[in-house]
Design a protein. Structure first.
Length: 484
């Protein structure tokens, strides 16, 4: 019974997370009330003009959606549950659920009720489906462990003619050459764990859907970039970086990326400035998929919002009960908050730049798929931090003052960059545990590098403790601990 209840709770948590943004709510409504729609049609109907932003929202609700053989999106069973929940919250009657037609060779999560077929019909329908599923198990080709890979139209068509699909992974640089959209969509299943990806502009929406754990994605209009890699110099540079400490590399990246993000923002026009009715110990939920967010310290809480010229306001700020919600898609948002007004931070970052300075935090949860963040916090509590980074990255600076108990930093890194700096009391005992399957991690304490798996003497009995757990499948991580 408890396992069943846990499953229900997980479904409900996922649905509520999906319903937490107006774009995702609109997608659910559209698919339930209008039926299957393409990526482009959904973008137009929801009013989102940036495919990267829209792709981020679809990934955040992936369990609620599935694609038909025609390439259109429709709701899964869980998606219909989300639609029903949304209608109940809005106080309207939901449209009745109708089962989609069964497509041969397409697995569904439901068992359709069918009349018993004749032997002749079963030979014509069931057997081909089974054969197709057997063939599908052998049709995926994995391209991996390469410095570079170029997917030309000729290569793509060759795989298409053979009925093969491609997974491109663990590659430093991938270049997609111009090709028809249907060829790319049918051949490429996934692109993951890639440092740099270049693709034609007309494939932008498809690339965002198929790309996972890619640090940098760039689109070109005419000719693909030429690949030029000095392998000897690159390898030597990487070795030097590892030997001398990865923190220098992270510092370089963290210093330049925010400048690039801010530089892309056009002329800004101030459209709103007003006081904020904040409370103490609030939960702050932040969704940034573009633009700039700055949360600053100050005695007089207020909000200032700028929009980009020739664009609608892409920012919403809402406070209800003890929760503040901030959504930034474009433009700039500046929030002034007094110390100890935020107890818990939930940051979802898919693009843009988020800079936050907060005092009194107790819990941090971050889900970073792109963009860059800088978070500085000071607290006298045993700060609990859980970070998942699949692209982009950022800086975390935490000063823990005279706290008691075990502070905790957990990082799950599948790509991107993280630099964490912890300033803790002198008598704090440290324990570090790392599971590294790819990428690099460097942990320093008082200026000296310590083992990735390390434990101070007397850790379990200590009054103040700091535990660092890392799971790294790609990317770069630097943790610097200083005792004062």
């Amino acid at each position: 019974m408890s396992n069943k209840n846990n499953g229900v709770d997980e479904e409900l948590d996922y649905i509520l997370q999906a319903l937490g943004h107006r774009v995702r709510r609109k997608v659910i409504e559209l698919l339930a009330e209008k039926g299957p729609l393409t990526y482009t049609e959904l973008m137009k109907e929801t009013g989102v003009d940036d495919s990267g932003t829209f792709g981020f929202h679809l990934r955040r609700m992936s369990k609620l959606l599935k694609k038909t053989r025609m390439g259109e999106y429709e709701l899964t069973i869980l998606g219909w549950k989300a639609y029903k929940t949304l209608c109940e919250l809005q106080g309207k009657k939901p449209k009745p659920y109708t089962k989609p037609p069964i497509e041969l060779g397409v697995e569904t999560t439901e068992t359709p009720v069918k009349a018993k077929p004749s032997e002749e019909t079963r030979k014509e329908t069931v057997k081909p489906v089974e054969e197709e599923r057997e063939e599908r198990e052998e049709e995926t080709v994995v391209i991996s462990d390469r410095m570079t890979f170029e997917l030309t139209e000729r290569i793509a068509r060759a795989y298409l003619e053979k009925g093969k699909k491609l997974i491109i992974t663990d590659t430093m640089k991938v270049v997609i050459h111009p090709m028809p959209r249907e060829v790319f969509d049918k051949v490429v299943e996934r692109i993951s764990d890639v440092l740099s990806l270049y693709a034609p502009r007309d494939l932008e929406d498809l690339v965002h859907l198929k790309a996972h754990d890619v640090l940098s994605i760039k689109f070109y209009k005419e000719k693909p970039p030429k690949i030029s890699l000095d392998l000897g110099g690159m390898i030597a540079g990487l070795v030097t970086s590892i030997v001398s400490g990865i923190s220098g590399l992270v510092t370089s990246v963290s210093g330049n990326v925010p400048k690039i993000v801010i530089g892309k923002t056009g002329k800004l026009i101030l459209v709103r400035e007003e006081p904020l009715p904040v409370k103490k110990n609030m939960k702050l939920i932040v969704d940034v998929s573009g633009g700039i967010l700055e949360v600053k310290r100050g005695d007089n809480p207020k909000v200032k919002i700028w929009k980009e010229k020739d664009r609608d306001v892409g920012i919403t700020v809402d406070i209800s009960n003890e929760t503040m919600n901030i959504e930034v898609e474009s433009g700039k948002c500046e929030i002034i908050l007094p110390d100890n007004s935020v107890r818990e931070l939930d940051l979802n970052l898919a693009g843009g730049y988020a800079k936050l300075s907060l005092v009194g935090l107790e819990n941090i949860r971050m889900d970073v798929d792109g963009g860059w963040f800088r978070l500085a916090t000071r607290t006298d509590k045993p700060l609990q931090s859980k970070l998942s980074i699949n692209g982009g990255g950022g800086d975390l600076e935490a000063k823990l003052e005279d706290y008691e108990g075990e502070a905790y930093l957990y990082t799950d890194i599948n790509g991107g960059v993280l630099r964490a700096k912890y300033d803790v009391p002198r008598d704090t005992r440290v324990k570090a545990k790392s599971d590294v399957s790819g990428g690099w991690i460097n942990v320093k304490m008082d200026g000296r590098t310590i083992a990735a798996n390390y434990e101070d003497y007397g850790y379990e009995e200590a009054r103040r403790k700091l535990r660092i757990d890392s799971e790294i499948y790609g990317g770069v991580v630097s943790v610097n601990i200083e005792k004062h």
